[in-house]
Design a protein around this ligand. Structure first.
Ligand SMILES: [Zn+2]
Length: 245
C-alpha cells in the first residue's frame, strides 16, 4: 500500500502542533483507509508493506490498523523522526508505533540495504530508482524537493504499461500537463530541486507507456476507477490513447 491519505478520521489524532494547519483545511474523512480496504474485501491484517511517499499529515495515518505491515520511508526523513511527537511536544511529526518495523531507503548508497539488496539505477527520467520486489513490478523513485526523502513509485500494470504515482512532486495537473503552471513557492522544502523533479515528471508524462497520477490531482477522482476496482485496464486504455496520437 502506498500512502494512506488522511487516515485519521475527521483530522483527529494528529499532534497538537498541526492544529493551526488543520484549521485551514476541512478534513472530510468519514472512512479511513482501513475502513475502505475492509469494505473492499481486504483485511488490514493482510497488508505487509506500507510505503510512505512522505510524512505530511495528509499522507500518513494510523499504522496500528496494520500490525503485519513493514513501513518503508525515504531515508532523509529518518532525521525528522528523531524529534517526533510526543517525546518532542511541539513536533508536528507523530512518532511511529513502538513495535513498528521501518525501513528507510537511502538512495545515496549504490546498493540499497534491502534484503535481498537491490541496485540503485536510473529509470526513465529519474536518476535513482529501486526495483522494490526485484521482479520489475514496482519501482521506488527518488523524487526530492517537496519533503526530505519524498518518494514516487512506478507500478507496472501490464507488460509495457506503467502508472507513475507521483505523490506530491507537484499538486496540480497543469504543472506537468501541459506543464506551463509553476509550482507554488510555499509547498516545497527545496524549490529548485522540486522544479527539477517536476521536469522529470513532465518527461515521464510524455512517454507513451506511462500514466501519471498525482496524489492531489482532483481530476483523477472522476476519471479513474477507484478501489476495489483496479487501474490496470484503465491505464492500458490511457496509454492506448497516447499511442494512437
Ligand atoms: Zn505533501
Amino acid at each position: 500500500m502506498i500512502s494512506m491519505g488522511s487516515s485519521s478520521k475527521h483530522g483527529e489524532g494528529y499532534p497538537p502542533a498541526l492544529k493551526e494547519t488543520l484549521q485551514l483545511f476541512t478534513v472530510d474523512c468519514p472512512h479511513d483507509v482501513a475502513d475502505i480496504l475492509q469494505d473492499g474485501g481486504i483485511s488490514p491484517n493482510s497488508i505487509n508493506t506500507i510505503i510512505y511517499s512522505h510524512l505530511h499529515f495528509d499522507h500518513v495515518g494510523d499504522l496500528t490498523h496494520f500490525p503485519a505491515a513493514e513501513l518503508v520511508v525515504g531515508g532523509p526523513a529518518a532525521r525528522i523522526m528523531e524529534k517526533s511527537y510526543p517525546r518532542y511536544p511541539d513536533s508536528p511529526w507523530q512518532e511511529f508505533p513502538r513495535h513498528q518495523t521501518v525501513r528507510f531507503v537511502h538512495f545515496d548508497d549504490d546498493v540499497v540495504r534491502f534484503a535481498p539488496s537491490r541496485n540503485v539505477a536510473p529509470l526513465g527520467s529519474f536518476e535513482r530508482g529501486l526495483d522494490f520486489y526485484g521482479d520489475g513490478s514496482l519501482y521506488l523513485l527518488d523524487a526530492p524537493g517537496h519533503f526530505p526523502g519524498h518518494l514516487a513509485a512506478l507500478a507496472r500494470v501490464a507488460p509495457d504499461t506503467f502508472v507513475l504515482l507521483a505523490a506530491d512532486c507537484c499538486h496540480n495537473r497543469l504543472c506537468y500537463s501541459p506543464g506551463e503552471r509553476l509550482i507554488s513557492r510555499e509547498n516545497y522544502h527545496d524549490l529548485d530541486v522540486a522544479r527539477e523533479t517536476v521536469d522529470k515528471v513532465k518527461v515521464m508524462h510524455r512517454l507513451e507507456n506511462v500514466v501519471v497520477i498525482l496524489a492531489h490531482e482532483k481530476e483523477r477522482l472522476d476519471e479513474m476507477p477507484l478501489f476495489p476496482k483496479t487501474l490496470n485496464r484503465w491505464a492500458a486504455a490511457e496509454t492506448g490513447k497516447k499511442r494512437s496520437r
